[in-house]
Design a protein around this ligand. Sequence first.
Ligand SMILES: Nc1ncnc2c1ncn2[C@@H]1O[C@H](COP(=O)(O)OP(=O)(O)OP(=O)(O)O)[C@@H](O)[C@H]1O
Length: 265
Amino acid sequence: MMMTTGNCYILKFDSKQEIALETKQLKIFYDEYEAISAADLQIPRFKITALIGASGSGKSTFLRSLNRMNDGIASVQGQIWYRDLDLNSREIDVYAMRRQIGMVFQRPNPFPKSIYENITFALERHGITDKKELDERVETALRQAALWDEVKDKLNKSALALSGGQAQRLCIARAIALKPDILLLDEPASALDPISTAQLEETLINLKQQYTIVIVTHNLPQAARISDYTAHFSQGVVVEFNGTTETFTQPKIALTNEYVSGDFG
Ligand SMILES: Nc1ncnc2c1ncn2[C@@H]1O[C@H](COP(=O)(O)OP(=O)(O)OP(=O)(O)O)[C@@H](O)[C@H]1O
């Protein structure tokens, strides 16, 4: 079912599409400044959803709120439904929740530890200490992040020696080793060269079979290549949310048309 609200066009899924996360009337303030106004968005499971929009439109603010990265920084009002929990409620154990909803940042940020330890660090903190299980988790995560073949012979070498693209795939491996449900990525390819970007995109496309992915990107061809759905943010409002093909070829809202066709001032 489609729904149009004033100057916005928001796709609502029918019951056939499982929803991983749903925001209801999400408003985000930095002091008095309203960075996000009443966002109602359904994030479909096992799909890639791209968040696009001009600089300052609120994409990162929205993304970071989904796993409470804005705690203590912004005031977040409204609801974020995950299964039958409102992640924005006080009762949520944020540490445990982030095991289900992981985040990968713009700049690769491996720990100054070995490749192996980068992945086992969080696992051990979550109580997984059996060496065999740790070995398996490391290999699986690195394979899923399409990095295993490149690093399998140097797992005990420092992660700081990896290239930017490898380091970013390690950060993805680190996030998925915890077996999350949802992966949030904030411009993960912006610091990478075209080859590393292509490898990262391929990795994300493969990962969506097992994970729900939400990605902020400034790179419109990238959003068009890898995402199934696209949300266009403009001045803190989700002005259009639709299938990516529709968003890029037949946008419903004039602002989206201007943005995706490069007419945005
Ligand atoms: N920590 C903060 N304190 C105060 N204002 C902030 C903070 N972070 C972001 N903002 C403001 O909130 C608005 C939305 O910023 P946000 O970073 O979410 O936008 P964005 O669409 O992700 O931008 P970009 O594409 O440039 O990263 C901007 O006006 C920004 O200046």
